[in-house]
Design a protein around this ligand. Sequence first.
Ligand code: SAH
Ligand code: SF4
Length: 347
Amino acid sequence: MSERTILDLTREELSDFLREHGAPRFRADQIWHGIYRELASSYDAITTLPKRLRALLQVELPFTVLVPVDVQESRDGRTRKVLFRLHDGETIEAVLMHYEKRHTICVSTQVGCAVGCAFCATGKAGFVRDLTAGEIAAQVLHFARELDERGEHITNVVYMGMGEPFLNYDAVMRSILILNDPAGVGLGARRFTVSTVGIVPGIERFAAEGLQVNLAISLHAADDELRNRLVPMNRRYPIAEIMRACRTYIANTNRRVTFEIALIAGVNDAPDHAVAMAKLLTGLLCHVNLIPLNSVPGIPFRPSPRDRVEEFAEILQAAGITTTVRLGRGIEIQAGCGQLRERSLVQ
Ligand code: SAH
Ligand code: SF4
């Protein structure tokens, strides 16, 4: 268990900590404001704090260590992927994407991933450890500072980087609560999207939270046989169970579920696959994102050709399912989360 950092705490916990240490009540708000509004990256930057309190905080609640070590920018400048080094030398990626008026940050939730989807660079590298809530929040704060310098703000946070959010449930939810706090970053619940491979107990727990946070499911196939091959976790949580859990989420939140489908040439992109998908999703309050696979070195899958992707989209749309095709280069980088880290590991 790594030591607790300031970014792991909710505002209430920070208040409790300060009370226990005899500091006046208003200090919690001052520190919270300093970190999540002024975007201070050290206690020294919060100049209103007395020296003694600063020294205490530095020892008891240090800042989360997150050092940018590599950056990759898309040619159109709309996407910036950063590789961060953590306090123990492990590395993770996060991505900032600009799209129209939106500035979306894609965060990692684990170092590596244990699920091992057949097409995923992160899965290929295996699982190392969970991230803490502070390490997740720190990714967002890094980009918030970059944006702030240009007079811009984060508009959305998507949990679609490395790792499976629902296998690190508590840290993920805690990071959402921290970033949602109106006295700080104050991002509304609807600005967050958690993407899962389909961990059914996680979806059920998420559905019961009573929050308006968005849910995305990485579906990829409408039948268990094919999905078992792409997503080994499907053997444990098959499609029918995932759908049942999604219905609970929809009933509880009245929110649309997003289904992500990475289209792989000759594997899951035939018109028949689209018809089966349409049948599975008809009548569900949902949205489909089609993403041509991002090729990963050492993995033999290739992206679907553009006309296949469009045909797939047309079949879903004809069945009344709202469908978006994501073809932008920026999105390609995002979907390939795990690849910058992979590159750094082989160097
Ligand atoms: N573990 C979670 C969230 C991280 S993966 C999940 O699986 O949903 C984020 C998204 O990237 C998922 O939809 C995943 O299926 C997709 N993805 C992974 N590797 C990809 C690749 N090579 N090309 C396109 N999408 C990919
Ligand atoms: Fe893990 Fe998601 Fe990659 Fe599957 S797609 S291996 S669940 S990160």
